[in-house]
Design a protein around this ligand. Sequence first.
Ligand code: PRX
Length: 649
Amino acid sequence: MPAETNIESHLIEKRVFKPSAEFKRRARISSFAEYERMYRESIARPEKFWAREAKDLVWRKKWDRVLEWKSPFAKWFVGGKLNVSENCLDQHLHTFRRNKAAIIWEGEPGEKRTLTYQQLHREVCRFANVLKRNNVGKGDRVIIYLPTIPEAAVAMLACARIGAVHSVVFGGFSAESIRERISDSGAVALITADGSHRRGAIVQLKNNVDHALSGGTSVKRVIVFRRAGNEIHMEPGRDIWWHRELEYVEANCEPEPLDAEHPLYILYTSGSTGKPKGILHTAGGYLVGIHSTMKYVFDLREDDLYWCTADVGWVTGHSYVVYGPLAAGATTFMYEGAPNWPEPDRFWRMIEENRITILYTAPTAIRAFIRWGDSWVKKHDLSSLRLLGSVGEPINPEAWMWYYNVIGGGRCPIVDTWWQTETGGIMITPLPGAIPTKPGSATLPFFGVDAAVVDAHGAEVGANVGGKLIIRKPWPSMLRTIYGDTERFRKQYWSEYPGEYLTGDGARRDKDGYFWIVGRIDDVLNVAGHRLGTSEIESALVAHAKVAEAAVVGRPDEIKGQAVVAFVTLKGDAKPKAELKTELRDHVGAQIGAIAKPDEVRFAEALPKTRSGKIMRRLLKEIATGQTVSGDITTLEDFSVLAKLREEE
Ligand code: PRX
């Protein structure tokens, strides 16, 4: 157990923040002992624990068995039937929540909309009928390429209502990325908008879709929501307007009772090799996991105004903007645009104006706010906030302290939540009324999460020894497979330590058992809280006519966490000019999306390789960060390469 006092020492690791008496008084789990007791029970008897949690939801048919585990395949709530949209909407209509705000939204240009549960239910039913009218049925895949507007939630919930499987593609991704996801998922329909607002400009969503679909794909229907009013092309026979379609449909649509293991969505995420992985989540277990974390981690109260700043295109947007809060009957705040538009106080202004009580954001945003200066924050009254959250990457202790003092006024607990697209929901996290926090640590595992740090042989390491983070038991919101590639699923997550889930992160535990995540151990970068596979960026570079070979590494970056550095060798007659660097950056932007654009492109005559031909990224990393190359270079095939790379600096 951490010590009793609040601020203990000037050594960062020693600072411990205990939940305040005020917070504890109203918290769901209000003591460390209670957390420990429940955690122990959840690990000793997971089925009993999760069955109890599942009873919070509405089931059309009760499950026969809580878990069927044939490693690495899990089935949760086997035999049970439910509908996720019914749980997020219909169940609230029989309660006082009927006229409670489900979504409060603000567009970047400043428009405001509020949808009550009743209104959201109506919109979802109508849109579900639009999908049906357009031959989208149970099991069909649907791509959603929308900005963070209420219609994104409507589209997701409408799919869930009829048993269609959505795959949301982040609005910052390019035509090429959309195309790849359509082809992998075999989607039959696509839902998009004409455009979206970002930093005062219009993102041409529909135009990107047109490029993605040119030459033909499995997509038969494109439903277009009018958002930005920009001029677009509508392809006859393929493209239809959302608002026109609504004229043809009724507002009644019964939720389809679905097997607990019916797929809810596919969300693509980067891996260290090959194309993005379609992470598959299923209805029952996912919703139980999300609902449970929502309740305990955010310690939700009926009158909270909860804001998770994630875009709906990422897993955080799925679990903690849409499904989690709505299943819990909360009011979820949504914002479409950039945090510094029109000025760097946009977030603080919205918190003040709406009296937001819970803020869940990412370290990369926090670091940007720090850089923009405290004066933007100080202009606003943030006294409505009572709880803060962080997700996406390790939060630096100093950024944590700033978040705690400047945003939280020294009053709000911070929940630093570790999880992944694959885990579906939060896995390692403080419970705000129970677990003392330490800046930079995600603290302790959530209920039912058997997390451990192990060595190469799978043996648990001692206190403060680094190792690989694994999860030793199945949990309800876990991924079920990689869509269409079970072999990759096995190999990627379950082969290194058979029967145990490999997270791909490195971590250590301190003497109190607290987890300190140190980041990825594979070739995956974490740029502004989002995973990018180095191999994807390399493939995009190599697809350029003038590039022979490329190696991408990360360099620490004050705001983005990691910056992308690309080492590129050119084909015979191509000249290493400055303009070509810009061209290559734009090329990656067009292939993957702006987020993947290299911050730095370096031309090299050759890349350092081992005798077996593997690029020695460690050396490139050292060069990219300006360090002297250290460690073992005996396997380097050609030593002159290293000297030349140094000359290029
Ligand atoms: O490396 C970890 C980091 O983000 C990865 C998961 O990325 P993604 O699937 O895109 O999901 C992001 C939102 C859940 C993890 O493997 N990560 C996420 N949260 C934290 C974190 N690293 C440290 N602390 C966190 N709180």
